[in-house]
Design a protein around this ligand. Structure first.
Ligand SMILES: [Fe+2]
Length: 168
């Protein structure tokens, strides 16, 4: 995000510029999480084929894990004095995740599309954690560590379906 976001003064014991820079990094994560959630739901709703029901459940499990991350990310932004830029339109503008393959039908197409998206989301979390550590807010960097472990577990669930290459 190029423009400086609005910040509120508070008693959190960090320099203003550390808070500002951390919030700006976190708002990209928030955009990515909202995008990731909607992409997992798209896969959950629209997958077809012989493995439909199992994948329908797997994709919803991914969506649930990501959904649970959204509120803590947004509220960590506001704890630091920032504004959580979490509308669908803000998410679409700032998410680093590529647009979903909305023509996907079969299980394998959705697994590839969602694994690509989730891989980007996991990469975004790791990069944001490192950036925030460098900026100087190690508690927020630590907060990302649990998000990374949860998201990478979901990535493992998705990618494991692709290893043997026999999903429809
Ligand atoms: Fe559902």
């Amino acid at each position: 995000m190029a423009e400086k976001s609005k910040m509120y003064k508070n008693r959190v014991a960090l320099p203003d510029d550390v808070k500002q820079k951390t919030v700006d990094v976190m708002n990209v994560t928030l955009a990515a999480a909202l995008d990731m959630y909607s992409q997992a739901k798209f896969a959950h709703w629209n997958v077809k084929g012989i493995n439909f029901y199992q994948l329908h459940l797997v994709f919803d499990a991914t969506a649930k894990v990501i959904f649970k991350q959204i509120d803590p990310i947004a509220e960590r932004i506001t704890q630091l004095g920032g504004v959580a830029s979490g509308t669908v339109r803000q998410s679409a503008e700032h998410s680093p995740i590529s647009a979903y393959n909305v023509k996907a039908v079969a299980g394998k197409e959705h697994l590839v599309a969602l694994s690509d998206a989730l891989g980007t989301y996991c990469k975004e979390l790791r990069e944001a954690s490192d950036k925030i550590d460098d900026i100087g807010d190690s508690p927020t960097s630590d907060f990302y560590n649990q998000l990374i472990v949860e998201a990478e577990e979901e990535l493992y669930f998705l990618e494991s379906h692709l290893e043997a290459g026999d999903v429809q």
